[in-house]
Design a protein around this ligand. Sequence first.
Ligand SMILES: Cc1cc2nc3c(=O)[nH]c(=O)nc-3n(C[C@H](O)[C@H](O)[C@H](O)COP(=O)(O)O)c2cc1C
Ligand code: SF4
Length: 476
Amino acid sequence: MQFPRIASFRTPDRFQARLDELQLQLPFFGDFGGGPNSSLADPLTTRAGQIGNRFCILPMEGWDGTTDGRPTELTRRRWKRFGLSGAKLIWGGEAVAVRHDGRDSPHQLVINEPNARQLEGLRETLVDAHASHFDSTDDLCIGLQLTHSGRFAAPTSGMGRQPRPIYRHPILDQRCGVISDDCLMTDDDLKRLADEFVVAACIAQRLGFSWVDIKHCHGYLGHELLSGFDRPGPFGGSFENRTRFLRTIVDGIRTEAPGLEIGVRISVFDFVPFKSGPDGVGIPEAQSGYRYAFGGDSSGTGIDLGEPSEFLRLLIQLQIELVSTTCGCPYYNPHIQRPALFPPSDGYQPPEDPLTGVDRQIQLTAELKRRFPELIFVGGGYSYLQEWLPSVAEAAVNEGMVDSVGLGRIALSYPELPSDVLAGRTTSRKKLCRTFSDCTTAPRNGLVSGCFPLDRFYKDHPDRDALQEVKQKYHE
Ligand SMILES: Cc1cc2nc3c(=O)[nH]c(=O)nc-3n(C[C@H](O)[C@H](O)[C@H](O)COP(=O)(O)O)c2cc1C
Ligand code: SF4
């Protein structure tokens, strides 16, 4: 299946015509030129602090920490660029594991006492970079994303996946190497892990982060718990049980780290795992009766916002205000979460125009914002919009569909996009992320992540040759 490239829509009319053809209602201000009077420049007042504008840098891991979970020069470079972006909300920086067995790779950061000073330095690097280019850091709001990778854990070099799932899954067990119940997290494991999230949150507060994200997305442990319908005991079955882990952590943080705010990044819907079909295009692995998608309607590719709404209602009860909406899982249905024209090496050709995936995330976030106006929503999935990202972002904020526009991949290829837009400067076409997926293919093959095609630094990085070889191999 071939879809027209975004770069081929040279005028607002042509972009609009494509949206009409796809029957998408994406908001869009065709003549938007940016500048300090735009809606994207409006400040936002939150419990976590004042946020100076409506751009957010989404968490972007680099798979480039040391094997004991400390940042390296590559990590510091990425965080520095986040600080230089001009975005005033930093959603977590990147996923940081609360303990070793929860890492998604041997190079994921880990938050613990021995690593504390280095993580503090990472935050300072970001703040210093921001201070060097912008008037104030008082309106810069930085949280840290805390995670355990659960089913997708792969903490030790040379060991492959060492999954710690919370329930047996008919499709994912095989993909993740789960062969018996022995690796399942017990109730006691989950209670201990909740305590470790609280300890990590206390460290994060001491290091100067004003809030932490208790990650509930992308198939990792927090997200997997939400679909543990069949799990017996206190952490499975009913909605109350499936959210017990979150509530336990929140209670602990309120007691042990008063004043620390909390956010939740959540996959608001999920689909069945996809696989490559006979022609390389993604196809769902089950056609009906799929009951493991939180926010799914059991058809495998349909959405039911009933439980996600209940979840957001719970966040309000828990006095949590910051929500980052995302969806699915990058390992088993990447096309819904990070719409791309070019799939990662272990992926499949897009089964829909990636614009449809962008629209789905934006519209569902808008629907949830309509239902829960008191929450602060950060949206995602915008990078695929490329040339049209600023015009859609401006319209979405202006029309109250989202509070802050999250930037993922484009923050790697073109971190200073927010400051260019807010200053009314012409954006640089050659830095726009074209969704080549190298930043995903590289870490899937044990290499560091980065924008190898567009960022000069990574074009010259030694892992680039290895990446080319990997891509060649997959191609053959
Ligand atoms: C290389 C890479 C690293 C990512 N790391 C994280 C992460 O650490 N935590 C997280 O919640 N999401 C992570 N994501 C997902 C992004 O935050 C974002 O949701 C996704 O890329 C879609 O947004 P975009 O279209 O702007 O790229 C990552 C995505 C990529 C491509
Ligand atoms: S490697 Fe660069 S161009 Fe490709 S998806 Fe990642 S950020 Fe975008």
